[in-house]
Ligand binder design. Structure first.
Ligand SMILES: Cc1ncc(COP(=O)(O)O)c(C=O)c1O
Length: 459
């Protein structure tokens, strides 16, 4: 009988023979550079240089395909939508509404009435909190968020609470013991007939946890008020995996274009038509009305009811082009595959560095392609600043998840985040320079008899 490791060697040899890309062994992990990444990298001018960009969770880079299309629109067609009889306005309107149709298809919405363009996920979440919240929360209502929510999911509800319904309770569902997932048992215990809102992130921008939306919806159906709503913040899921809003079992889904190779300033609010129909407008102005008189106004049908004023025309069109780019390079399934590859590589390499503490799931197959970490004895802002000198872009801070950081007992983490254009070389350069930075700080600390600053480094 062959020793066990020989079957592993055989498997690796087979992988090597059946792919065009060389497979390398990283610890116990077989890493095959993705052909997609190798192909698309040249499309992204800002990083087709010696820059190592590991901050895509904050904002992704844009390919020439999107940059050029937006610039072509601005040079030839820019004008306002839904109001001009002239040719340019008709063409701008056609492209704007075509972008909506692309988004409808991309998330598999039931109808174009369910797809509202906003200025970003933050705007979408504020819209829900104000339009739905103010009119549906009662004095004893409870709102359940998770401890890993982005501030965009927390603060709008706090504003509604402070300004309109001070007696509502906002409760935060914890994570399980090793911070690798939401604590679903606790979520069930927290819900009751007063629970009116459940708003839980799909994929955490700090821990990389992806929540089980069907399970959350089942718990909500069993325990929460019958007319409660479930909101999914998809900012870190829609750019990275296939999302079908009808399969999520939620009532609302939000995302931003700039995290998925699209422009800044445009986002999505998807909601069930039956709910959106009942909600009053969030903002008033042009476009969202039917008739305005001196004594009052009636409102446009969906989606116009929630798109007051001149919308983000060029950006929405740019988002439509970004979706076309994603389709052209193979669609979300391909993106997901290559990201899981690079994500595992990033996590495994970071795990190998002594003094690095990683947060979130320890199983690299259960994480999004990002890693939040701290380094013993060194402030993460120092790490990020030193890496920046080497043209390596990572993020240091609380990543708009302060309650999560409080729970973890730290004020800041560093975060490296990948996208489908992130190469193995990007990660290798980052890891090498991170090790050098840690060595540098350690040598400074051991060479110095003055330890008065050390306390700051242990945040
Ligand atoms: C999970 C999550 N939710 C919400 C947001 C807010 O997105 P935006 O700033 O595009 O409105 C972000 C952005 O970082 C995020 O990562």
């Amino acid at each position: 009988m062959k020793p066990p490791h020989s079957s592993l060697i055989l498997l690796l040899t087979l992988i090597l023979l059946t792919t065009n890309s060389p497979t390398i062994l990283v610890g116990s992990l077989a890493f095959t550079p993705s052909p997609l990444t190798q192909k698309v990298r040249v499309d992204f001018p800002a990083i087709n240089t010696d820059v190592v960009y590991l901050d895509s969770a904050a904002s992704s880079q844009k390919p020439n395909f999107v940059i050029d299309a937006q610039s072509e629109f601005d040079r030839t067609t820019h004008s306002n939508v839904h109001r001009g009889a002239h040719k340019m306005s008709r063409e701008a309107t056609r492209r704007y509404e075509a972008a909506r149709d692309s988004l409808v298809k991309f998330v598999n919405a039931d109808s174009r009435k369910e797809v509202i363009f906003t200025s970003g996920a933050t705007n979408s979440l504020n819209l829900i909190a104000h339009s739905w919240g103010i009119h549906n929360l009662e004095p004893d209502s409870e709102i359940i968020l998770s401890i890993m929510e982005h501030h965009s999911s927390i603060v709008p509800w706090q504003l509604v609470q402070q300004n309109f319904t001070p007696s509502v309770k906002i409760k935060f569902c914890p994570l399980n013991a090793d911070n690798s997932d939401l604590d679903y048992d606790e979520l069930e215990k927290m819900m009751n007939e007063n629970t009116k809102v459940v708003s839980i992130v799909h994929t955490s921008n700090t821990l990389g946890i992806t929540t089980d939306t069907k399970r959350i919806a089942e718990i909500k159906a069993k325990k929460a008020a019958e007319d409660s709503i479930y909101i999914v913040d998809g900012c870190q899921s829609l750019p990275h995996k296939k999302v079908d809003v009808q399969q999520l079992s939620c009532d609302f889904f939000v995302a931003s274009a700039h995290k998925m190779v699209g422009p800044t300033g445009v986002g999505l609010l998807w909601g069930k038509e039956s709910l959106l129909n009942k909600m009053p407008p969030f903002m008033g102005g042009g476009e969202m009305i039917d008739v305005v008189t001196t004594s009052g106004s009636t409102f446009a049908d969906l989606p116009g009811k929630f798109e007051a004023g001149t919308p983000m025309i060029g950006q929405a069109i740019g988002w439509g082009v970004a979706l076309e780019y994603i389709e052209r390079i193979g669609g979300m399934e391909e993106i997901e595959k290559c990201e899981s590859n690079i994500g595992k590589y990033l996590y495994t390499k970071l795990q190998e560095i002594p003094d690095v503490t990683l947060y979130g799931p320890t199983d690299p197959t259960k994480r999004a392609a990002l890693a939040a970490f701290s380094v013993k004895g060194i402030h993460v802002s120092d790490i990020a600043t030193f890496l920046d000198l080497e043209k390596i872009a990572i993020r240091a801070g609380h990543h708009c998840t302060q309650p999560l950081h409080d729970m973890l007992g730290i004020s800041h983490t560093a975060r490296a985040s990948c996208y489908f254009y992130t190469t193995q070389q990007d990660v290798d350069v980052f890891i090498e320079k991170l090790k050098e930075t840690i060595d540098f700080f350690k040598s400074q600390q051991s060479g110095s008899s003055d330890t008065s600053n050390e306390i700051d480094y242990f945040e």
